[in-house]
Design a protein around this ligand. Structure first.
Ligand SMILES: Cc1cc2nc3c(=O)[nH]c(=O)nc-3n(C[C@H](O)[C@H](O)[C@H](O)COP(=O)(O)OP(=O)(O)OC[C@H]3O[C@@H](n4cnc5c(N)ncnc54)[C@H](O)[C@@H]3O)c2cc1C
Length: 391
């Protein structure tokens, strides 16, 4: 039997689940189609760091909104997200000093708690950090990280409670149009009738856009994460650190582990087939990352490697997502390409997508800067740093 929905969402990572919840809160009948299991994709493997340092106001406001939701998750979404407030430290050298100061001024304008700290003051914030090569550091006391799998499954359950029909293990195979407007989705199991499709397919976002005859510059890029077991005199949790000097980020993980990865623009070059890539971590990656980490956090010299994994970023040319209806008035919406920093934005993205689809005249988060045409218009989003991930 054919089933009819107000909107069909393709992809149940954090963007799809958060959008489903927000659309259901507005009374829409929603189907959420996921080809794998919920939480199994890149969202579930996210480092899930929640910081608010950004170079543009919209994204910083979205990150702040996200922080407020993660802090009060049971009330605002339901269930648990495993939020841990550890603080966030960003350290830069001379070339990024001005950018850091400009971003702090932006943060203060919109009410984000963040401060410029002298490198020596880091001794108090995170004992054991080496800082002789630094010129500036920013500290966000409220930031931290969450449990990504718990978060996305809590969102999915909250959406189900509001009547969203979730189809796990169901792949969207095609989008049907009539007279230039969406009329349905063909899946591996059934046909769904709908006037609205929301493409939340992340690293598969370009593939799903092609089902609607739309080309978008979203690449699936392989990225790696590694774990290190800290020595006994470095037990307990530590702040999240983004180290632009050594191009790394790291945070604590349960079991006195430190989870770490790179903050490196060349990650955009590792384009892979999202359905066929090597998911184990490379030995060379672990050894290079370990050396970089020891320069900032010398105690890790005595750590033990505890493996790691590879997953996917969905990277666009300016490392910001595409959130737009393309073609205009077609009913086909894209909300993909979060370029390795979308987890923290997930709560706000749901609101953004729901406002866009329901045509709210004064949206909470106006997606204009994320429009698909910005690349052709040469109006890409520019950040303060070479590392666009913090843009
Ligand atoms: C290793 C790593 C570390 C990260 N660290 C951070 C961080 O510290 N902080 C932060 O904010 N962000 C971080 N990110 C980024 C963040 O996790 C992502 O931006 C975010 O999770 C993307 O969510 P999504 O819903 O857009 O995509 P995804 O989680 O990729 O979900 C898309 C879903 O669509 C499904 N799908 C695809 N095609 C189809 C189809 N045809 N039919 C049905 N389903 C389909 C896929 O199976 C997938 O489950 C990290 C990402 C990775 C990989």
């Amino acid at each position: 039997m054919r089933q009819t929905y107000d909107a069909v969402i393709i992809g149940a990572g954090i963007m799809g689940c958060s959008s489903a919840l927000q659309l259901a809160r507005r009374g829409l009948k929603i189907a959420l189609v996921e080809k794998g299991a919920i939480g199994e994709g890149p969202t579930g493997r996210s480092s899930a760091i929640i910081r608010q340092h950004y170079s543009n106001e919209l994204t910083a406001r979205m990150a702040l909104y996200g922080l407020r939701v993660f802090e009060d998750f049971e009330e605002q979404v339901g269930g648990d997200c495993g939020f841990r407030r550890t603080g966030f430290v960003l350290v830069v050298d001379a070339k990024d000093r001005e950018g850091l100061q400009a971003n702090l001024a932006l943060q203060h304008r919109i009410g984000i708690q963040a401060e410029l700290v002298a490198p020596e003051a880091l001794r108090e914030i995170m004992p054991g950090l080496a800082f002789t090569d630094l010129v500036a550091a920013a500290y966000e006391p409220d930031s931290g990280y969450a449990d990504p799998h718990l978060t996305v499954t809590s969102y999915e359950r909250a959406a189900r409670r509001l009547g969203v029909t979730v189809f796990p293990g169901t792949e969207a195979k095609g989008v049907r149009f009539e007279g230039g407007r969406v009329i349905g989705v063909e899946t591996s199991r059934n046909e769904l009738d709908t006037p609205v499709v929301l493409n939340c397919a992340g690293a598969w976002g370009a593939q799903v856009a092609r089902m609607a005859g739309v080309e978008v510059p979203i690449n699936a890029c392989r990225v790696q994460v590694a774990f290190f077991k800290r020595p006994a005199d470095h037990e307990g949790s530590h702040p999240v650190v983004a180290d632009f000097v050594n191009a790394t980020y790291f945070r604590s993980e349960t079991g006195d582990l430190t989870l770490a990865g790179l903050v490196d623009p060349s990650e955009a070059d590792a384009v892979v087939d999202p359905d066929n890539y090597i998911e184990r971590v490379d030995f060379d990656f672990v050894s290079d990352l370990g050396e970089r980490l020891v320069r900032r956090y010398p105690g890790l010299e005595r750590s033990e490697s505890r493996g790691g994994f590879a997953s996917l970023y969905a990277i666009t040319p300016d490392w910001h997502p595409i959130v737009d209806e393309v073609p205009p008035d077609s009913g086909f919406y894209i909300c993909s390409g979060f370029s390795g920093h979308g987890f923290k934005l997930g709560p706000a993205v749901g609101v953004m997508a729901a406002d866009m689809i329901t045509g709210k005249s004064e949206p909470e988060f106006d997606p204009h800067i994320f429009r698909a045409s910005r690349y052709a218009e040469r109006d890409e989003i520019r950040g303060q740093y070479e590392y666009s991930i913090a843009g």
